[in-house]
Design a binder for this molecule. Structure first.
Ligand SMILES: [Zn+2]
Length: 125
């Protein structure tokens, strides 16, 4: 499995086999995704230090803004004749629908940026 495929499927950044999240979350039940503390396959600890996922919050913000921009552009391209409030409503709805996928993707992407695959660690000699 390529690194990109493992990222997309939400696999552990170390072994690319164990799943990072236990549940996907459900926006209708207001239940967020639940994350494993350690990889169920290789026991890699996902949260390296307290506040490790603080940076993932900024990734999530960037992804959300990109989605809002894409939604706005789609509304303009298809010339939906929405009012300013209607346009904002559609953008907010898209952001709310994608809130949990964004949360998961930003955390997984954050880990992939700072974790090398098993066997690819630099040698310390
Ligand atoms: Zn693992």
């Amino acid at each position: 499995m390529s690194r990109f495929t493992a990222l997309r499927k939400g696999k552990c950044p170390k072994c690319e086999t164990g799943k990072v999240f236990i549940t996907n979350g459900n926006i209708l039940k207001l239940k967020g995704p639940i994350m494993h503390e350690n990889c169920p396959h290789c026991n890699y600890k996902f949260e390296r230090e307290p506040g490790y996922f603080y940076g993932a919050m900024f990734m999530s913000y960037g992804i959300t803004m990109a989605e809002a921009l894409v939604t706005f552009i789609i509304i303009q391209i298809f010339n939906l004749n929405l009012s300013v409030d209607g346009t904002m409503g559609v953008i907010v709805a898209v952001i709310l629908i994608l809130i949990f996928p964004n949360y998961k993707f930003s955390r997984i992407l954050w880990m992939y940026i700072f974790t090398r695959k098993e066997g690819n660690e630099p040698t310390t000699k």
